[in-house]
Design a protein around this ligand. Structure first.
Ligand code: PEP
Ligand code: MG
Length: 570
């Protein structure tokens, strides 16, 4: 048995066999072959296995993901069977005496570049299909395994170098019991998604993919940030007990689902949830969310090949607003960029994607995308209590321009006779230090602030939130961060506005006492954290937390602050 230490990214304990989600090595050399018949037989075998595999994946996808997701595998099957594709490969092997790998590459390269040059969007997508199928056939020729997260069909713990948010969205929760990655931090989006999916995760282990083989028995301890590989029977038994204890604790918290969140000295704060899609509403309800404090709409744009239409978006926003039954829903406009990519936008690669062309910067430039989203939101506004917020605002001008565009779309809809709520609050994420510092000016113009500490901490400390080597600098309790948070809350209150927080800090057990003391009005977190936070806040006195916050603001290091929190709440 061996153990890896990583960052505890999502609570809970899972025990299952490992499934490595690792890009295979599909490199090969061109070579001259002597027995052409043997090589053609190798190609035919690879085609046959690919076909059988695709049929099985398609059937499974129909059951788990629905007919339209399964259709993509139907298209792949047509390629494997297409004589116009296969015959030239065989001809090449015969005529040029090259190995099937090389013949496959040359013929498919020719078709791919032909498809890619066509004007027709449909044909360009066929190029992507062909690449996928080629990879599958090649993997069988070379005898290496290719992986696809959506096709995992037995209980497993996913082991990967990293998971993109769209990989994470495709994980089938029924089978994927946990995941562990080499890189990433607590606020990388795969970690955030693991928390809303309620699957345990340990990220930033550095070496998980080197040390864990397919089929190894693995324990992921998302409470301590440990991964145990091929544990002893004794360790397994002990962890099974831990699992039960964790479930019992959750059952205790569940009793608070319909309670209000009021401190021991009678102050109410709002506990809201962060969501990514309308499907997450079940979790918000089951965990007693008093609202949605952050709807990360970019997830509606992921795991697909084109932008969602206004109509599709309208249906999603309407579903969330109606589902929340009049409770507030803060929808954040598209925040693409950083670790959240949309391949179909074909944006150029950047040196520093977290500092690049993203979020509101992209929306103000690509206004059609922005306007479509705003129209969908405005049309949905009459179905519930909508608040809109813009991400990554760095200057007042950006806010004014974004709000101007929103108002233009609103007026157009009203002129068209569409019903739009006249009661929509417009706010911003405070996640860039310039905005925190200028909060007094912003507070005069916005209706609310939501502090995005995931980014605010990375930008203030100049420490990439994805990079585990600098994760020691991800310090929510650093007095520098606390002072910025205080400035934002105080300036909001001075102008009669409210201040919330939707970064991961809002759900952090150690940070909650401080945030309460700093006067935060709304705490928005992954739904499964809400009941634990409520149980904690019910026991805290706001007055005492104010004293704690006051002292913390004058301290000089994170560890002093942490010590002070521990002594106050113990
Ligand atoms: C944040 O930056 O704190 C935030 C909530 O946004 P995201 O994590 O999506 O960047
Ligand atoms: Mg952010």
């Amino acid at each position: 048995m061996s153990m890896l230490k990583g960052i505890a990214a999502s609570n809970g304990i899972a025990i299952a066999k490992a499934y490595r989600l690792v890009e295979p090595d599909l490199s090969f050399e061109k070579r001259e072959v002597t027995d052409v018949e043997v090589e053609i037989k190798r190609l035919q075998d690879a085609l046959l296995v690919s076909k059988q595999e695709l049929e099985a994946i398609r059937d499974q996808a129909r059951v788990d993901l629905g007919a339209d997701k399964a259709a993509i595998f139907e298209a792949h099957l047509l390629i494997v069977d297409d004589p116009e594709m296969i015959s030239p490969i065989k001809d090449k092997i015969k005529a040029e005496k090259v190995n099937p790998e090389q013949a496959l590459k040359e013929v498919t390269d020719m078709f791919i570049s032909m498809f890619e040059q066509m004007d027709n969007e449909y044909m360009r997508e066929r190029a992507a299909d062909l690449r996928d199928v080629r990879k599958r056939i090649l993997s069988h020729l070379l005898g290496v395994k290719i992986v696809n997260p959506s096709t995992i069909a037995e209980e497993a713990i996913v082991v990967a170098e990293d998971l993109t948010p769209s990989d994470t969205a495709q994980l089938n929760r029924k089978y994927v019991k946990a995941f562990t990655t080499n890189i990433g931090g607590r606020t990388s989006h795969s970690a955030i998604m693991a928390r809303s999916l309620e699957i345990p995760a340990v990220v930033g282990t550095k070496t998980a993919t080197d040390e864990i083989q397919d089929g190894d028995l693995v324990i992921v301890d998302g409470l301590k940030g440990e991964v145990h590989i091929n544990p002893t029977q004794e360790a397994i038994e002990q962890y099974k007990k831990e699992q039960i204890r964790f479930e019992e604790q959750k059952a205790e918290w569940a009793k608070l689902v319909n309670e209000k969140t009021v401190t021991a000295d009678g102050q109410h704060v709002e506990l809201a949830a962060n969501i990514g899609t309308p499907d997450d509403l079940v979790g918000v309800m089951n965990n007693g969310g008093e609202g949605v404090g952050l709807f990360r709409t970019e997830f509606l744009y992921m795991g697909r090949d084109e932008l969602p239409s206004e109509e599709e978006q309208f249906e999603s926003y309407k579903a969330v607003l109606k589902g929340m039954n009049g409770k507030p829903v803060v929808v954040r406009t598209l925040d693409i960029g950083g670790d959240k990519e949309l391949p179909y936008l074909h944006l150029p690669k950047e040196m520093n994607p977290f500092l690049g062309f993203r979020a509101i910067r992209l929306c103000l430039e690509e206004q059609e995308i922005f306007r479509t989203q705003l129209r969908a939101l405005l049309r949905a506004s009459s179905f519930g209590h909508l608040k809109i917020m813009f991400p990554m605002i760095a200057t007042l001008n950006e806010f004014r321009t974004a709000k101007g565009i929103l108002n233009e779309e609103k007026q157009k809809l009203i002129n068209e006779g569409v019903q739009v709520s006249d009661n929509i609050e417009i706010g911003i994420m405070v996640e860039i230090p310039s905005t925190a510092v200028m909060a007094d000016q912003f507070a005069k113009e916005v209706d609310f602030f939501s502090i995005g500490t995931n980014d605010l901490i990375q930008y203030t400390m100049a420490a990439d939130r994805m990079n585990q080597r600098v994760s020691y600098l991800y310090q929510p309790y650093n007095p520098a961060i606390l002072r910025l948070v205080k400035m934002v809350i105080d300036t909001a209150h001075k102008e009669g506005k409210w201040a919330g927080m939707c970064g991961e800090m809002a759900g952090d057990e150690m940070a909650i006492p401080l945030l309460l003391g700093l006067g935060l009005d709304e705490f928005s977190m992954s739904a499964p954290s809400i009941l634990r936070a409520r149980s904690q806040i019910l026991r805290l006195s706001k007055k005492e937390m104010e004293d704690l916050a006051k002292k913390a603001l004058q301290m000089s290091t994170t560890s002093e602050v942490l010590e002070a929190i521990k002594t106050t709440i113990k």
